[in-house]
Design a binder for this molecule. Sequence first.
Ligand code: AMP
Length: 189
Amino acid sequence: MLNIVIFGAPGSGKGTQSEFIVEKYGLNHISTGDVLRAEIKKGSELGKQAKEIMDKGQLLPDDVIINILAATLDSFKESKGCIFDGFPRTIPQAEALKKMLAERGQQVNVMLDLDVPEDELMVRLIKRGQQTGRADDNEATIKNRLNVYHSQTQPLVEWYKKEGLYSHIQGLGSLETIFGDICKAIDGK
Ligand code: AMP
């Protein structure tokens, strides 16, 4: 089993690099943001709750996200492992993931921190908003998401360093170079 946390600020390239990792290592991919966007499309109760919070650039409550994650994890049969994209985003979520995997006789093998300077994140997200129409990729919401990232999510860097799972990845450069560095970090674990 290979379980990978792909970590980084909004716009750091987690989704793109996750696709490459899935293809090479044959893992399941869990993106909590994608699950929530699918719920919004369906018009479910969860989707309605999620939309309000996502439009403000804030985080959903930990218990809601942890339940989504457990249900998604249990839906995978015969899995070689998972890539967790956009989760965990808080320390309670990281603790819940550790417990959830331990209960299944598993663990996180590596945490990849995609490091991209703030001005570049802004440029990428505004461009993505123009190209995809993604509702939370507008300047005001991006600023909130980056603030939330710094205050609630970035402390996980220290948390994963203490766990001995942290790998720094330079997130600027060609997609191929970044993916090469990611493979080295995964294969070295
Ligand atoms: P993402 O697609 O990962 O950038 O997520 C988009 C939005 O979904 C975030 O700004 C949050 O509002 C919500 N979200 C996604 N993952 C989580 C999570 N692990 N915890 C709380 N909220 C989340």
